[in-house]
Design a protein around this ligand. Structure first.
Ligand code: COI
Length: 355
């Protein structure tokens, strides 16, 4: 290992990269990680010097709070490579802001910008060769923070670990996605942590999603917990509904994650002269639209999923197949978005940031 200190970040590079062992054409989402990670600990009320070092297991006390009380948050971002081999981030400020909002909600310390953003840029400069181009390829970025203080007392930890790991990826879903509308379980409630990107929001969905999988659905569209009448989000992505030629997506709230892809698609749709309304769609409106043929599309939007068309949806005992469109809003917006992210089209919004 080569040891050097660049400004205020410690860097320990691996001697041998594993990059040549990776088949970048056949990657399933989130299973392969790059050579290095960034780690930064919070102790005695302050953030320590961040360190970039080999991606490897780390040791944590079995009594660490994260294992017992789930004090854990994360983000999902991507880096893209353009034709000139430059690497770009997409709206990193948005993920940084949301990460710290999640931190506050989970009683965790906010992460300074020089650790999150500058540390990430430095890590990406080191791992530049892992960012591949073409065919939907990108480098998925997973910043996360866990509570590391030992002791099973049910109160916020005093110590934390912030970490960034990187995983070469294509999109999250491959193949057809069918969804079922929730009529019993809930993802989030008012006053809860639904708007935070907290680990517990995901584990809470695993059991109902397993039940949905057994019935042939890949995902659940969550409804409001109080009445199960308003369509909200899909847990791994926000959701858009196209009824006639208007695109609807639920307003963000205490229950819904403020997705970066979601807000970017709203802006893009406006620019593309697509009528878009931020408004809750009711389950009964969706079913009526499916029955009278005015429901044209449903698609999910998220960093990992990108823009994912939904093939059909289930509700109680019924199943509604969606039409297969040649010119879908989903594919049009996906193309525009990924063209901006990969610098194929000019970024008139100022969303892309060179590392
Ligand atoms: C993302 O889209 O980045 C997410 O965090 C969703 C996750 C389920 C992969």
């Amino acid at each position: 290992m080569e040891n050097k200190t660049l400004s205020d970040i410690k860097i320990n590079l691996v001697e041998h990269s594993k990059i040549n062992d990776i088949d970048f054409e056949n990657l399933s989402f989130g299973n392969v990680f790059t050579d290095h990670m960034l780690v930064c600990d919070y102790t005695n009320g302050e953030w320590n010097t961040p360190e970039i070092k080999a991606y490897a297991p780390f040791t944590i006390e079995p009594s660490a709070r994260v294992f017992h009380y789930g004090q854990a948050i994360f983000e999902g971002m991507k880096a893209y490579k353009d034709e000139q081999d430059d690497v770009w981030l997409f709206r990193p400020d948005q993920n940084y802001e949301r990460f710290n909002k999640s931190a506050v909600r989970l009683a965790m310390p906010e992460v300074p910008q020089d650790v999150f953003i500058d540390g990430l840029k430095k890590l990406l400069q080191i791992e530049k060769d892992w960012v591949k181009r073409g065919n939907g390829k990108s480098l998925y970025i997973r910043p996360f923070m866990i509570a590391t203080s030992s002791g099973v007392i049910a109160s916020p930890s005093l110590n934390y670990r912030f970490c960034i790991i990187l995983s070469p990826a294509k999109s999250y879903y491959s193949g057809e996605v069918k969804v079922v509308i929730a009529d019993h379980y809930s993802r989030a409630a008012n006053g809860g942590i639904g708007a935070a990107k907290a680990a517990g929001n995901y584990s809470a969905q695993f059991y109902p999603t397993k039940l949905a999988n057994e019935k042939g659905f890949q995902q659940i569209i969550w409804t409001d917990d109080a009445t199960h009448t308003k369509l909200e989000e899909a847990g791994t992505m926000n959701v858009f509904f196209r009824i006639n030629d208007t695109l609807y997506t639920a307003p963000t709230s205490e229950r819904i994650l403020d997705g970066v892809t979601r807000k970017s698609l709203i802006e893009l749709a406006k620019r593309e002269n697509i009528n878009v309304e931020v408004k809750s769609v009711l389950v009964e409106e969706l079913i009526a639209a499916a029955k009278d043929g005015s429901l044209k599309e449903i698609f999910g939007a998220g960093t990992a999923a990108v823009v994912n068309p939904i093939a059909g949806f289930g509700y109680k005992d019924e199943y509604f197949e969606l039409p297969k469109l040649e010119k879908s809003f989903a594919l049009h917006l996906k193309e525009k978005l990924t063209n901006i992210q990969t610098k194929v089209e000019p970024d008139t919004f100022g969303w892309t940031v060179k590392i």
